[in-house]
Design a protein around this ligand. Structure first.
Ligand SMILES: [Fe+2]
Length: 218
């Protein structure tokens, strides 16, 4: 490595970052059990679901999950809304005015068994996408990234400037840990690596559009 010159001590900051949130909801076992039972019941009664989207194998429910009347779905809705409002609270400019938002949500369940995966995709016509993990199944620990969600770096060729194992590493893997909820912009490309193992891997995804009900005056 070249000798470092003294005097060039500018602070590092990141430009054009991609917002990402992750939260592990406590006390989720019972909720996840109820969601698992309900989703598998729906799969059995509606094998077609919403058809083939990004999923290669597996099953996706119709996109009206958030309107299902079961209490576990309503509990989930509260969690989704809490996270999006948390995000909004962190990104809006604090100028003393009260700002109100309404959320328009489209949500669906994903069920994967051995060999199922999701190809690289984005969620068009949405602002924010969330995932809530319900069941991890029994993944084979010898398979690296099996069933993992991978978020792809949106910057073209960003890895061109990198040496390995730095804070700039571009691959981001999210493990299915029941109770975990994540949020990211809907334009971020992502995929789910093939699930290898026994049991069922279940997640719930949602697209949320945010509408400001008292728009900021110009
Ligand atoms: Fe997706």
């Amino acid at each position: 490595m070249a000798e470092q010159q003294s005097g060039a001590q500018g602070a590092l900051s990141m430009l054009f970052g991609t917002p990402f949130m992750s939260w592990q909801w406590p006390d989720s076992d019972e909720l996840n059990r109820e969601l698992t039972g309900l989703i598998l019941e729906r799969e059995a009664s509606d094998p077609q679901g919403r058809g083939i989207r990004s999923n290669a194998g597996g099953w996706q429910s119709r996109g009206n999950l958030i309107t299902w009347s079961e209490p576990c779905i309503q509990a989930l809705k509260e969690r989704y809304e809490a996270m999006v409002f948390n995000l909004l609270g962190q990104i809006v400019r604090k100028d003393g005015s009260e700002r109100r938002f309404q959320l328009l949500t489209d949500a669906w369940a994903n069920v994967c068994r051995r060999g199922d995966y999701n190809v690289v995709h984005t969620h068009p016509n949405a602002m924010w996408s969330l995932v809530y993990y319900v069941s991890a199944g029994e993944p084979d620990p010898s398979v690296r990234y099996g069933g993992a969600l991978e978020l792809l770096d949106p910057r073209e060729s960003a890895n061109y400037i990198q040496v390995q194992h730095t804070i700039l590493d571009a691959r981001s893997f999210i493990e299915n840990i029941p109770g975990r909820m994540i949020l990211f912009p809907s334009w971020v490309k992502h995929m789910v690596h093939p699930f290898v193992g026994d049991g069922v891997r279940i997640s719930i995804a949602a697209n949320v559009n945010v509408v400001e009900t008292n728009p900021v005056k110009p």
